[in-house]
Structures are given as C-alpha cells and as structure tokens.
Design a protein around this ligand. Structure first.
Ligand code: BES
Ligand code: ZN
Length: 611
C-alpha cells in the first residue's frame, strides 16, 4: 500500500492508483450536461488484498460500471458535505500487485455540478453561441466524473470530446481538425505527462485563436481576439525564456492562454496546454500580465511537481510566486521589481493574517485539512508565506547556490507529488553535499517545524523599497489637509504602483472624508478606469469613506466581473455599508456567477452554510 496523505479524498488511492484516463464525453448545451463514458486504468497496489475500488464523485449521475465489458456491482454512498458521494465498486477477486484493471463508467453531470459553468448565448459577448468551461481545482473534478480526486495521484489522459463548438482542453490536440460525427464534432487531445485530476480542463464555445509567441496562442471570443493578442504578445516569449533559464526547458509542448468570459472565478488557472484566464487581465495597458507569468511558472511548480494534498498547497503556490517574481526581475532587468512585488505580497499577507487572527490554523504554511473544504481554507497565506519561505532559503544559501538547487528539485520530483517533509529532505540532501560544507551551520539552524506549523507572520525580511517609496510618499500627502492632487502625481507610474498607493490610503487609521475620496477617484481617473484592479481598490476606499454615491458603481461592477478576488471583497464591503443593495445585487447576478463563486458569496453574506 502507498501512504494516504490527503484528507480531501474519499478514494482508497493507497490501494489502487489511476494510471491512464480516457474521457469520452459529449457536451449537451441544451441540457447543460456533460455525459458519456470514462475509462479508468487502475493499478493494484496490493496483492489481491483490496476487493473494492472507491472513487470520488459529487452530484453525478452514474448509470453503469463495467470491468472488461462485464457489469460490476457498485453503489453510491450518501454524501459527506463537500467531499461528495463515494462510488464503491466491488471487485470480488481483487487484483495481483501491479496488475492494471480497466473500469468503464457511464456518467452524466447534474444541475448541481460545481466544476462547470454553462453560459447561454445571451451571456456571451457576441451572443452567437453558448459557452461552457470547467474549473476543477481544488476538488471539483469529482463533479465531472468518478475519479481519484487527489493531487497525490497522477494520470495520463486521452480526451475524446464531442461538441458543436470549438473545444480546448488540457491536452495536446491529436489532429488539426475535428472529426464530424452525428452528435457534433469530435475533438481529440492527449496529455502524455501524468497530471492530477484538478488539472483536467475543458472549454467550448465560439472560440478564435491568434499567435502570441513561438509556442503560444491566445484563444477567446472573436470580438476579444485582437485586444487579447495585443495584451499578451509583448511578454509571452520573454516570460517563457526567463522561466526556462531559471528551471529547465518547458516540458509540455505548447503553452496557450484561453481568455474566458467575465464570470471566470479566478485570475488564472494553470491548466496544462491552456492556461485559463480572466478577461480582467485584458485591460488595454499590459499592466496585468503578471498573472500569465504566474500561470506559466506553474508549468514547473504545481503541474510537473505537485503538492500531494491541499495541506501542502504552498509547494504549488509559494514556489510559483517565487518563480513569478524571479521572472519579473529578469523581464524588467531590475531586481527592484522582485522586491516591489514581494512587498505587495507582504502587505496582502499581513491583511490576510489580520483577518483570520494571528493564531488561526489557516495562517500556517501547512494547514490541517481534516474536515476542511479547501475552498474555505484558500487565501493569500500559502502564496505569500510560501514565497517567504522559499526566498528565505534562497537568501540563506545564497543566490548562486540556490539557482543550482532549483533545477535539481524540479528534476527530482517531476511528474510526482510530494509533501513538505520530502521537500525538506530534498533540500537537506542537496546542501549536504561536500561542496556546500561551509553552509552546514546555517542550514542546521533552519527551524523547519516552526516554519511549517507556526501561525501568524514569518520574520519580516529587509526589502528594497525603491519602487514603493514614491507610492507611500504620495499616500502621506493625502493625509495633509491642504494637499491639491494632480493627474501628474501618478502619470508615470505602473498600475501596480497605483495599487500600492491606494492600498496604503485604504490602511489609513481614519477613512478619507467623502469629498476627498471623490476627488481621489476623479483626479486619478479611478472611478471610470478600465483596469478592474484599480477600480475595485478605489471602490474599497470609497466604501470605507461611506461615499454612498459610489455604491451603485460597486453594484454595477459586481454585474460585470465574476473573478472571486474582486467579487468577494466588494460584496463583503458593500454588505457592511448597504446590506440591502448587497443582497439585491447578489440576487440579480446569481446566474452570472460561477457555481463556486456563488457558493462562496452565499457564505460570505451569511446566506448559506457549506453543503
Ligand atoms: N491555481 C491558482 C488558482 C486556484 C487556486 C484555483 C486554488 C482554485 C483553487 C492560480 O495559479 C492562481 O494562483 N491564480 C491567481 C493569480 C495570481 C496569484 C497572479 C488568481 O487567480 O488570482
Ligand atoms: Zn497559482
């Protein structure tokens, strides 16, 4: 048996392990249903000791389970909240250790599916076709088909997907054109690098593509194509070149970006072959492309080397923040950008820890997930506390040495999943080599237990503040009574510098007076900015100032974007200043939001308990 380390799966993955998955699925837009058969090839890890296979499922309609074409006894057990309803499949004789059994499961999604959003043509920008997309991280793959839904198991995939509209998936297309079939067009993809279930991804709709780099295209609605291409083509290959130099060559073939409709609930999702991205990064100023550097970095940290459960999620996100910031420093040819982004991260970490309370379990680097829905534990903490741990190790051993460790670590664990202790062992092994003898004492001092399991903030490093100082200086001026602002205060700044400034205004002990808050919005063009990052941060200031003339603008924005980072924070603040408008706005946009976002906002507004 293999060790079972993931409390967020009900599958018995210590006894059986999925090696290959074939998904033969058809999209039915009329019924908003994905249906077909899934073939799971599972290796037995015991010698006939295990006589049942338990798979995760959530709100699925399973109609048959077969082994080599023969029906098998199976049963769906009652639901355990967010963990779903496990499918128990009986295999009377078990299987010899190392033998592979092939299960064929007929399945359809239901209206309660949490992984898919189906948009009507009216909900799309050109209104010509419906649209569907998936979002499986963290534990929503189980609402697409029965599987071992844990990042501790990796499988290769064949996708055979039938749809009347263009399909993209987290696999490489097998041929240039789809095959015509009775039910629509059949799109085939393969993923030959083993991936965890949370990276299974599909989208379908009226999708057009344009090149943005040597190995990269952007895909999106025809009306959005040109703007999306402009936004990304300038940096795509620079990011790729920097990342490949930092770690090692990209292993996945193509790297493409799908820009989704506005209800996409995240900034980006690192689905292999096709990163899924929010349309809010297409802001017309190339100011939000760091999201792409981040998702690209996941091609190494997360997709190739994966945390074995959501308790070690920092191995995915903390490492990715570190690589993202290293990429930014190379692209800008300036280390100050690394620190600039790190300082923003530190502020976000302080805020997150302040909100949870400094002793909260969710402020640990390694978070206990027993009885915890990963969507509830999700926060900045694994990103920024994780980043600070990696950066601390980098400074401890020195950049030159750490740069040798990076490819070693990603090479050693490529295509595998690991926990924090295995990371520790890998680090200690590497720097235990004779050539690093001079580092011995420093390394012996690393407080691994404390770093992994202490709550609250980690030690604060010394930052290079050259890029933030101007932002803080301007914020100080806004504290003065007689300050008269002008557009030129910020005209040479990057969008992120304006964000740092706004954030520090938001942190003033006293809220701004209403007139000052309105002046801020007007002079710097924030109230009608196309950049949602800026606009929503400004609205936070306006709501704190109790500027009731801004509330309708907040409500309108909540009908235009579905990215949870904005939606949840805007709803929380609107709820405090005008609960009635918050509730009305939520009801109005309920169908616009992705199911995961809808669920989270329901919880945030005190409308629902977790299911
Ligand atoms: N993998 C995450 C998104 C995610 C995390 C989805 C957990 C579901 C559960 C992705 O890589 C991410 O971190 N996105 C950020 C982008 C940012 C840090 C640049 C986001 O969505 O804001
Ligand atoms: Zn990420």
């Amino acid at each position: 048996m293999a060790p079972v380390r993931d409390p967020n799966t009900l599958s018995n993955y210590g006894e059986w392990q999925t090696k290959h998955t074939t998904a033969n699925l058809t999209l039915n837009f009329a019924d908003k249903c994905l249906h077909g058969s899934v073939l799971l090839e599972l290796e037995s890890l015991t010698d006939k000791a295990s006589t049942e296979i338990i798979l995760d499922s959530s709100y699925l309609a399973v109609s048959s389970v077969k082994l080599n074409a023969a029906p098998l006894p199976w049963e769906i057990k009652p639901r355990t909240k967010y963990l779903g309803s496990p499918v128990h499949i009986a295999l009377a004789d078990g299987a010899a250790k190392g033998a592979v059994v092939k299960l064929e499961i007929d399945v359809a999604t239901t209206g309660d599916c949490t992984a898919l959003q189906w948009l009507t043509p009216a909900q799309t920008s050109n209104k010509k076709a419906p649209f569907m997309f998936s979002q499986c991280q963290a534990i929503h793959a189980r609402s697409l088909f029965p599987c071992q839904d844990t990042p501790g198991v990796k499988s290769t995939y064949d996708f055979n997907i039938t749809s009347p509209y263009v399909v993209v998936a987290s696999g490489v297309p097998v041929s240039d054109a789809p095959q015509e079939t009775d039910g629509g067009k059949l799109y085939k993809f393969q993923q030959k690098v083993p991936i965890p279930s949370y990276l299974f991804a599909l989208a379908s709709g009226d999708i057009a593509t344009a090149p943005i780099g040597k190995r990269s295209s952007v895909a999106t609605g025809p009306n959005e194509l040109q703007a999306s291409q402009w936004e990304l083509e300038h940096d795509m290959d620079k990011f790729m070149d920097a990342a490949e130099k930092l770690v090692f060559p990209y292993k996945w073939g193509e790297y493409n970006v799908l820009v989704l409709p506005p209800s996409f609930p995240y900034g980006g999702m690192e689905n292999p072959i096709f990163t899924f991205a929010t349309p809010t990064i297409i802001s017309g100023d190339r100011q939000n492309v760091d999201v792409i550097a981040h998702e690209l970095a996941h091609s190494w940290s997360g997709n190739l080397v994966t945390s074995c459960s959501w308790e070690h999620f920092w191995l995915n996100e903390g490492w990715t923040m570190y690589l993202e910031r290293r990429i930014q420093a190379v692209v800008h040819n300036d280390d100050a950008h690394f620190d600039f982004s790190a300082i923003r991260g530190w502020t976000a970490l302080e805020e997150a820890i302040g909100e949870f309370g400094k002793d909260h379990e969710f402020t640990k680097l390694c978070i206990n997930h027993k009885d915890i829905d990963p969507d509830d534990a999700f926060s900045t903490v694994p990103y920024e506390k994780g980043f600070h741990f990696v950066w601390y190790l980098d400074r401890l051993v020195g950049r030159e040495n750490f740069d040798k460790f990076i490819p070693h670590y990603f090479g050693k664990w490529a295509t595998k999943s690991l926990d924090s202790f295995e990371f520790k062992d890998t680090f200690l092994d590497f720097f235990g080599a004779p050539e690093y003898k001079s580092l011995e004492d420093k390394i012996a001092w690393i407080d691994w237990e404390g770093r992994f399991f202490s709550t609250g903030l980690p030690p604060k490093p010394k930052f290079n503040t050259s890029l933030v100082d101007v932002c803080f200086e301007l914020a100080e001026k806004w504290k003065q009574k007689d300050f008269s602002p002008s557009t030129s205060d910020i005209s040479s700044w990057t969008g992120n510098q304006v964000l740092v400034f706004l954030n520090s205004v938001q942190e003033f002990e006293e809220p701004l007076a209403v007139e000052k808050s309105q002046l801020l919005g007007k002079v710097y063009g924030l109230s009608d900015s196309k950049n949602v990052e800026l606009k929503s941060q400004y609205y936070q200031i306006a709501m704190r100032a109790k500027d009731s003339s801004s509330y309708q603008g907040v409500a309108d924005l909540l009908g235009e974007v579905g990215r949870m980072k904005f939606v949840r924070t805007l709803f929380r603040s609107l709820n405090e200043v005008d609960r009635e408008l918050a509730l009305k706005t939520f009801e109005k946009n309920r169908d616009f939001y992705h199911p995961i976002c809808r669920q989270m906002v329901e919880k945030d507004l005190g409308l629902a308990e977790s299911k």
